[in-house]
Design a binder for this molecule. Structure first.
Ligand SMILES: C[S@@+](CC[C@H](N)C(=O)[O-])C[C@H]1O[C@@H](n2cnc3c(N)ncnc32)[C@H](O)[C@@H]1O
Length: 454
């Protein structure tokens, strides 16, 4: 790989004897991987059989690539993620019932991992600053089948006022110079110059300042990058520890192939050893830096008074007729499920997770579980609801063949036995809930969203 000379010189200076092995690793093929989804009702056997083994530090992690059109992928039984990035979710280690923020979340590798570790209990706020990327994030989380995730599309400093000292854990998986992505995306090398890591470090510090205003006393902050640059890694953590005396480093349990953080690449503070470096010349994966910190006391920054924002407008409230329509539908088809905090955005119905404060004027991509759409006098269930259900939760579920599933994702109708009663069905293929279909006189009408068909 054609690495810039200044890049090579920098890492020769930093790594000494190890530099040859480090620089040679850029000529090796990149490593891919995937995680299985414990929120679903089975194991993605078909994909696991194609894998080349388990990732030793993530119980749901495997080495191997993913077919984006496979049943396992389309129904969210797996998420494609580079193996060293998988360690971040393990370090965050969120617990069921907690309030967690993933501040730089798209496309959703870490968010899907975090909500899985939370057993989909509590609240995950997944935020992404760029609108297009926030859409991709929402779509990936929809496939994953989460009920307790809100997707926002905000700048970190706009969130501060809405969530003062609110979260138990915050992940800042920061935008960075991406040196660990050079093997996968060699085009990234073109952006690199000697000053680029320092520019990224400035932006990262601003994001960290916002994050700290949203962390509870006793809360945990995890900072990660996919770059090797000390400016963005140890030097940013050294800066945090100086700037915020109420922060302390927490140890990260490492496997032998993982490296300690390098105090000598920052201000010599030995605490920096508690951070972890994943290097591509020491282990399988593209590389990462992760540091875990705890806020020991009251929030370090004076919490700004929450501005009184306009509450949810009447447009978000359901009319009596709509409420009755949904209740009738859910009593018939989902008698064992309970949906709280119902809100409407346009004609779309959502269940907002418990514990989510008023969203005021925030840019909301998805305010919770998308239940469906009101259409004149009908309620039409959403794909997200279908993907968040277990087959036995729905009164009617229909086992379909792989061939029928292919017709479904292509947007076609297909036939079932004429004696099948009319009504809504959760379509289940080889144990995977795939979405809804409506049986009308032996024909399954297709409700797979147009934009996702293939
Ligand atoms: C390393 S990526 C996140 C990857 C994601 N956590 C995952 O695991 O899939 C960093 C993200 O930060 C976003 N970003 C860029 N500039 C930002 C800023 N100034 N503040 C917050 N996020 C930013 C990028 O759009 C990008 O989606």
């Amino acid at each position: 790989m054609n690495l810039p000379v200044a890049f090579q010189n920098k890492y020769r200076r930093l790594l000494g004897d190890e530099a040859d092995a480090f620089l040679a690793s850029f000529d090796e093929p990149s490593t891919s991987g995937f995680r299985s989804n414990p929120l679903k009702n089975g194991q993605p056997q078909a994909t696991i059989e194609q894998s080349s083994g388990r990732v030793p530090y993530v119980s749901t992690g495997y080495y191997g690539s993913v077919n984006g059109k496979s049943l396992d992928h389309v129904t969210g039984w797996i998420y494609s993620q580079e193996p060293s990035a998988m360690f971040v979710g393990e370090v965050v280690d969120p617990q069921p019932g907690e309030k967690v923020l993933d501040l730089c979340a798209a496309p959703g590798g870490k968010s899907t991992h975090l909500i899985a570790k939370m057993k989909d209990q509590g609240l995950l706020v997944a935020n992404e600053i760029f609108a297009k990327r926030a859409q991709v994030l929402a779509s990936n989380l929809e496939r994953w089948g989460t009920k307790n995730t809100v997707v926002l599309n905000e700048r970190p400093d706009s969130l501060e006022k809405q969530f003062p000292a609110f979260f138990d854990r915050i992940l800042v998986d920061a935008p960075c110079s991406g040196e660990g992505m050079f093997r996968k995306e060699p085009a990234g090398i073109e952006y690199w110059n000697e000053n680029y890591p320092a520019e990224c470090a400035n932006r990262q510090r601003k994001i960290l300042q916002s994050a700290l205003k949203m962390l509870k006393a006793g809360g945990v902050l995890v900072y990660s990058t996919c770059t090797f640059a000390p400016e963005e890694d140890e030097q940013n953590i050294a800066w945090l520890l100086k700037e915020y005396p109420a922060l302390r480093m927490l140890s990260v349990e490492k496997i032998p192939e993982m490296d300690d953080g390098r105090p000598e690449w920052a201000d010599q503070n030995p605490e920096l050893k508690k951070a972890v470096r994943l290097f591509p010349h020491h282990m399988k994966g593209e590389g990462h830096f992760i540091a875990k910190l705890q806020l020991t006391e009251q929030p370090v920054t004076p919490v700004k008074k929450k501005h009184k924002k306009k509450g949810r407008t009447n447009n978000n409230q359901l009319t009596k007729d709509e409420r009755q329509l949904f209740e009738k539908w859910s009593t018939k088809y989902l008698p064992k499920c309970e949906f709280n905090n119902l809100v409407k955005f346009g004609e779309q119905l959502f269940a907002v997770p418990n514990g989510m404060p008023d969203m005021g004027s925030l840019k909301v991509q998805t305010p919770g579980l998308h239940l469906g759409t009101f259409k004149k006098n009908r309620f039409e269930p959403a794909l997200a609801l279908g993907l968040a259900l277990q087959p036995e939760q729905m009164t009617n579920h229909l086992d379909i063949t792989k061939e029928q599933w292919r017709k479904y994702v292509h947007g076609d109708t297909f036939n079932v036995e004429r004696s099948t009663p009319n009504g809504w069905y959760l379509l289940v293929c080889e144990g995977h809930t795939t979405g809804f279909g409506k049986v009308v006189n032996g024909i399954v009408k297709n409700f797979f969203p147009k934009g996702l068909r293939f």
